[in-house]
Write a protein that binds this ligand. Sequence first.
Ligand code: HMG
Length: 465
Amino acid sequence: MSVGIDDMAIYVPKLYIDSKDFAKARGIDPHKLENGIGMKQMAIVDTNQDPACMAANACLTLMQKNDLKPKDIGRMYVATESALDESKAMNSFVIGMLEQIYGEGSFEHAGGIECKFACVSGSYALYDNANWIRAEENNGHAAIVIVSDIAKYDLGSAGEYTQGAGAIAMLVKENPRLVVFDPKVTSTIIKNEYDFYRPFGRETPLVNGNYSNYLYLIQVKKAFDSYKEKVLKTGLIRINNDESITDKIDYFSVHIPYRKMGEKALAYLLRHEWRHLKRWKQIIEEVGFEEPIAKDPRGTIESILADEDFMKSDEKFRRAFIKTSFFKQVFEQKMLSSLEASAIIGNLYTASMYMGLRSLLEFEYKKNIDLTNKRIGFGSYGSGSSAMVFSGVIQEEYKEIVKDMDLGSEIGNRTKLDMTEYKRLHSNELKINESFSDHKKEFVLVKIGGNTADKAGKRDYLFCN
Ligand code: HMG
C-alpha cells in the first residue's frame, strides 16, 4: 500500500527581525549571520499568537484548500516542543479552534495525541500515522500531522540568531499526490543526551551549541548507516562497486536549525560515504591535504571533542571539502532548494525539516525540473537525542500541488520589528491585546486564564474575520 504526504500547508507569523539590525544591536559581523549561520530574517510570533493557534491556522488552510471536512479526518497529531500544558495535548486546543469553523463536536469521531522529542517528533508522528493507515485501522480516513514550534533562545546568547517560528500541517493518506514513504527502511537511533533541553518552567532552552552540532551529525549518520543496511537488504536501492547509496538518492532534506547546518550535515554524510570510493583520490587532490584521522577509533562524540588537534584539522578539512567541485555539485543539485525557506524564517524546531521539504518542492519546480519518481532522503534530528532517517518518492501528481506553492505570497506582507520592539516582545512585557500586526482570516489567542482559580491557564482563541 502506498502511503505518504498528500499535501501540506504552512503558517508563518507576520513579524520578523532582520539580520542586519540584529547584527548591529549585538555587535556581530553581519557576514557571520548571513554566511556563517545563513540567517537573513527570523520569524517572530506576535503577542496574541502561540504554537496552538499557528497549528490551527496551518491546519485550516490545509483543510480549506483540499475541501476536507472533519469527517474525512480520523486522526490529528500535533508534534511540538513548545507545549502549552503538562497534560492537555495541543491537538485538543487545535480541535477547539477548528470546531469554531466546522461546528462543535465535528471532530469527535477522530483521535490523536501531542508528540514530543525535540525536533524529531514530527517524523515519528508521520511514521505512526503512515503505519496506522498501512495497518488499515483508519476506516477510510486520512490523518493530519501538524508540526508547530517557537524557537526562542536567551537574549544575547549564541542561540539567539537561530530563532524562528511557524507551523506546517500535512495530510497523510493512501495514494498521496506528493510523496510516498518507502516502506520497511525507516531507521532510528536514540541516546540519553543533554545537548539542548528545556527543563520545566523555562521558556528558553539550555544549549551546548557546539556539542549539539556534532551530536546532530553523528546521530544522523548512525541512523543513516542503519537505513543503508535496510535499503540494501530489501533491495530498495541497488548499488554497483564504487558507488554509494547517496548517489541513488536524488534529494536530501534534513533538519535545519539554521541554514548552514544543512550543508554541514550533507558534508559529514558524504565524507563518510565517499572516502572508500575511487573519487576520493580526486577529492583529496582538490582539497590539497589528507583527511585527518581521530586518535580514538571509537569515534564517540566525547572522544572526538576531547581531541582538540583533530577537531581543528577536521574543521579545516570540512571547510576545504565543501569547496570541492564534487561536494558543490551534489549540494547544489540535491539540497540547496530545501534551504531557501530557512534563511528567511529561521528554526522551526519540529517544522524545520518539513519547511525544508516544502522549500525543496517549490524551488526545484520553479527551475522546471521534473521531480516525478525522484527519491528524497530525510535526516531528522531531535536533541536529547534521537535521529530518524527515512525516504520517500515524489509522485506524478505532485505538480497539481506544487504549481500553487509560493512562499512569498503564502507568508504574505510581514512587519519588520525594530530591536526595541523585539526585546519587549521577547521579554513578555506586552499584553495579548498589544499586537503589532493585523490578523485577518486566522485564529489568535485572546485570553489566558478564566475568572476563577479553577480556570487558570485556560486559553481562549478567536477566528478573526
Ligand atoms: P556560534 O558561537 O555563532 O558559532 O554558535 P561559531 O562562532 O562557530 O560561528 C558559526 C559560523 O559562522 C562558523 O562557520 C564561523 O566560521 C562563521 P563554520 O566554520 O561552522 O562553517 N563565522 C563567520 N562567517 C562569515 N563572516 C564572519 C564570521 N565569523 C564567524 N565574520 C551555534 C553557532 C549554532 C552553535 C549557536 O547559534 C547555537 O547554539 N544555536 C542553537 C543550537 C543549535 O542550533 N544547534 C544545532 C544542532 S542541534 C539541533 O539542530 C537541534 C535543535 O534544533 C533543537 C531540537 O532538536 O529541538 C537546536
